[in-house]
Design a protein. Sequence first.
Length: 283
Amino acid sequence: MSTFTKIKAIRGSLSRSEAKLADFTLNSPNAIRDLSSSELARVASISQSSVVKFTQKLGYKGYPAFKLAVIDALNDKGGEPLLHGKITLSDSLAQIAEKLLISKMAVLTETKNLNEAEAFENAVKLLKSAKRILISGLGGSALVGKDFSYKLQKLGMAAIAEPDGHAQLAYVATFGKDDLVFAISESGKTREVAQVVIQAKKSGSQVISVTKYGDTPVSDQADVKLYSVAEDESHRLSSILARTAQEFVIDILFIAITQSSRQGRKLLEKTNEAVSGYRNQDA
């Protein structure tokens, strides 16, 4: 996972000193190559202990590991698509299409970089072994959850996506150790989703989370943590980009489950034939 991707993902949750370091790293990454931790602290006008805490929050053991990760990220940076500007009222349809396309490409790339293959593999194992699956989410995340439930149902999996938070809580109260909650929350702070996850753990159930990168009330309770790019509040496009990132995560899971389950593939063919047959009768 790119260091720059990590920094951008947790930028909003950093302290003032950590935020100064984050911005310095993103704006002047080449300078990191030649600076020691004490020199970086002096340049950024913060304490050296803040430098250490910042690198540890990103998951590195110390500044040397962080510095190497920045150098690696610089070497790989050339292939990453960049977000070019915001859509404005004066943009033509061609400009809107171009900006939205570039934005979605950037979101998909960053979401891919935020997740390790092992996390997806573990999520697939939990989903396949679950007796019942509750997909928890509100608002735009609930729409993504409903789509995921349809996909899993086509594979013969007992997955439901109830949009009402109270109904989700009541349902998960009946869960046990063989059941699973798949929690979707862009911010990772959605109160209703956090309550569902807490109840799931009380019931002994497994939890998979899809949230922004970093520690959140929802992901902190999860057995498997998956991440999607969260939008800056000032740049939101009705959660278009957030849903794009979340849909990318669930589509990877759906394809991986289909790929690894012969029975699932047979059931998927059966459901497709049933729908196709109905459409042919309608024609």
